[in-house]
Design a protein around this ligand. Structure first.
Ligand SMILES: N[C@@H](CCC(=O)N[C@@H](CS)C(=O)NCC(=O)O)C(=O)O
Length: 253
């Protein structure tokens, strides 16, 4: 049995792990749970309700994108996803942690806040799913999925608005890491994957994509993940919520 990666199609930490397995040349298969149906089977397999989880070919189970990447690095050292011990490694670990703990939840809240306003966009996130949800089920289950995800991710209007107000600072942090070489090297690292996957998912919101495309952070996301399912047409998020992002000028390079 090859290594098996358990995911939900379109999840950003899942994309991080899938790309890491590809970069390491690890033969693997991918099992996609239906959207929002993963917590119970993931709990049963990994004692953790979130995706991603990996069962390595020898049976070892690891859940959580950062834990998986660390273990993967130990098992398959080349090509390295982390710099050698020293200041560069410390900086990369901090950027990776930030991508996981800070950026990941922002992306979820903003995405589900937008999909709540445009549930008709939900099927676009399944376009290349390995097990596509049948069209009628998509229509019927769409509002249910939005409701579950909003509760799991504590999505509120005030929270989404605050996340959008904080986004310029978050993008400044990514641009600074790109300037000092923590991110954006020729060889893609764990921190690049963790941050680029979150930003790329955000760029499926056309309210946000133009502002992100203008910045090194957005260009990193497009370089690493050129293709990504999903599109929420512009106009989903209230204009007033987008003002801070539109006003933000990229930090001086
Ligand atoms: N930060 C963790 C969390 C992953 C996570 O929260 N994944 C989401 C999908 S993007 C999930 O499974 N959510 C379901 C839940 O919260 O129960 C990681 O990178 O593995």
């Amino acid at each position: 049995m090859p290594t098996t990666l358990f995911v939900v199609h379109g999840s950003h930490p899942c994309a991080t792990v899938e790309r890491a397995l590809e970069l390491k040349g690890v033969e693997h298969r991918v099992v996609e749970w239906p959207p929002s149906a993963h917590p119970l089977p993931q709990l049963a397999l990994f004692r953790r309700r979130t995706v991603p989880g990996v069962v390595f070919a020898d049976g070892e189970r690891v859940a959580g994108s950062r834990a998986i990447l660390r273990r993967l690095e130990e098992r398959v050292p080349e090509p390295a996803l982390y710099p050698a011990p020293g200041p560069a490694r410390e900086a990369a670990l901090e950027a990776e942690r930030w991508g996981d703990e800070v950026l990941q939840p922002i992306v979820r809240r903003v995405l589900w806040g937008a999909l709540d306003r445009r549930p008709s966009a939900i099927p676009s996130y399944q376009e290349h799913a390995r097990k596509p949800v049948p069209p009628l089920a998509r229509i019927l289950l769409g509002p249910l999925v939005v409701g579950i995800e909003q509760r799991l991710n504590h999505v509120t209007d005030a929270g989404v608005r605050a996340d959008l107000a904080d986004l310029p600072l978050a993008l400044d942090a990514v641009d600074a890491w790109l300037r000092d070489g923590t991110l954006g090297g020729e060889a893609v690292g764990a921190a690049d994957l963790q941050i680029a996957s979150g930003l790329r998912l955000l760029m499926t919101l056309e309210d946000l994509a133009p502002a992100l495309r203008e910045r090194p952070a957005g260009r990193l996301a497009l370089r690493i993940f050129p293709d990504w399912d999903g599109r929420v047409p512009a106009g989903a998020l209230p204009e007033a919520w987008l003002a801070p992002l539109r006003a933000a000028v990229p930090a001086v390079r």
